[in-house]
Ligand binder design. Structure first.
Ligand SMILES: Cc1cc2nc3c(=O)[nH]c(=O)nc-3n(C[C@H](O)[C@H](O)[C@H](O)COP(=O)(O)O)c2cc1C
Length: 336
């Protein structure tokens, strides 16, 4: 059964196909971006639970780029030590671990008063009107992604996931709803992403993942066919596409949020591109999880909230499908 099979994606060797997607934990109570014991335990426990690939939560490349002030940061060299602890703990259990780098742009709810966007357009009434980024601001942010990537390398991460989804800055640039610039960043809405990828690759030579919102579900936004075109421009520089949806504006197209509702987007991208995909979104039951891979709709499967509920989800799957040999000795008696 595919979920239990190891996979090699370029230099990344995973022992199985289960992914923990990035999930902000809002546990940096000092608001300084530093890893706490909560984060060490939280990720270590999922590694003990045999997750093949862990993706650490959205981590701010600058203080104002954090989604909230309680997010992790990677904007200081001093952040590296705590992050490297998380990496070592994951590696000790044989898991691979990536980190999601993010700038929240106009959707930042951090205490920092600066809110930027490609254009001075609000995401919703919950957020202020952002300041339009100057070209110098854009170059500074590209540099911050590069510095974050250098620190991710120093911390020992096996991969970086660029957060290009859920209405944060990169998504804001990709979307005609939030990017109404008339300069080159508006005429080529992929330019900012291309610059970020190039900057990261200049200092980070391991696995590069891109998380996308594959469809905005809005009549003025991009759809999955546009996303295929966008990704064709950058896929040669990427290793894995992580397929989510929405988040930039309230959808005005009908979507049924039901088990596996985003899986067809992963399947479409996987068929249209040369890259492996991760499917995610309301995949909770054993059957839902394994079928995504059996049906060849994705190469990897991510379970977010189900892994928060059950950190031993992989052991549960191993028991259900007769692969008790994959359950670590320490926990074997619990699954007899
Ligand atoms: C508490 C929580 C925090 C999240 N934080 C992030 C995040 O930091 N970055 C991100 O790309 N998605 C984030 N997400 C979205 C998840 O990665 C995932 O795509 C979503 O929960 C759907 O998968 P699920 O139904 O398996 O939970 C978050 C979700 C939850 C529940």
């Amino acid at each position: 059964m595919k979920i239990f099979e190891p996979i090699e994606i370029n230099d990344l060797k995973l022992k199985n196909r289960l992914v923990m997607p990035p999930m902000c934990m809002y546990q940096v109570k000092k608001k300084d971006g530093f890893v706490t014991d909560f984060h060490r335990s939280h990720y270590h426990i999922r590694a003990i639970g045999q997750v093949g690939l862990i993706i650490v939560e959205s981590t701010g490349i600058s203080p104002e780029g954090r989604i909230s002030s309680e997010d992790l940061g990677i904007y200081l060299d001093e952040h590296v030590k705590g992050l490297s602890d998380i990496v070592s703990l994951a590696h000790r259990e044989g898991s691979k671990i990536a980190i999601q780098l993010n700038h929240a742009g106009r959707k930042s709810a951090s205490d920092d008063p600066i809110h930027y966007g490609p254009s001075p357009l609000q995401s919703s009434n919950s957020f202020p009107i952002p300041t339009e980024l100057s070209k110098a601001d854009i170059q500074r942010i590209v540099q911050q992604f590069k510095d974050g990537a250098r620190r991710a390398k120093e911390a020992g991460f096996d991969g970086i996931e660029i957060h290009g989804a859920h209405g944060y800055l990169i998504h804001q640039f990709l979307s005609p709803i939030s990017n109404q610039r008339t300069d080159e960043y508006g005429t080529d809405k992929v330019l900012f992403l291309k610059e970020v990828i190039e900057a990261i690759k200049s200092v980070f030579d391991k696995t590069l993942l891109l998380r996308v919102s594959a469809d905005e579900f809005h009549t003025d936004g991009y759809d999955i066919h546009d996303m295929i075109r966008i990704l064709k421009e950058v896929e040669d520089n990427l290793d894995i596409i992580h397929v989510s949806s929405g988040g930039n504006v309230r959808p005005n197209k009908e979507i049924k949020v039901e088990p596996g509702y985003q899986v067809y987007l992963s399947e479409m991208l996987r068929n249209a591109l040369k890259k492996p995909t991760i499917a995610v979104g309301l995949l909770n039951t054993d059957e839902e999880i394994v079928n995504v891979l059996e049906n060849e709709q994705a190469d990897l499967v991510a379970c977010g909230r189900e892994l928060l509920r059950d950190s031993n989800l992989f052991l549960r799957l191993a028991k259900t499908y007769g692969r008790e040999d994959l359950i670590p000795y320490a926990y074997k008696r619990a699954y007899r």
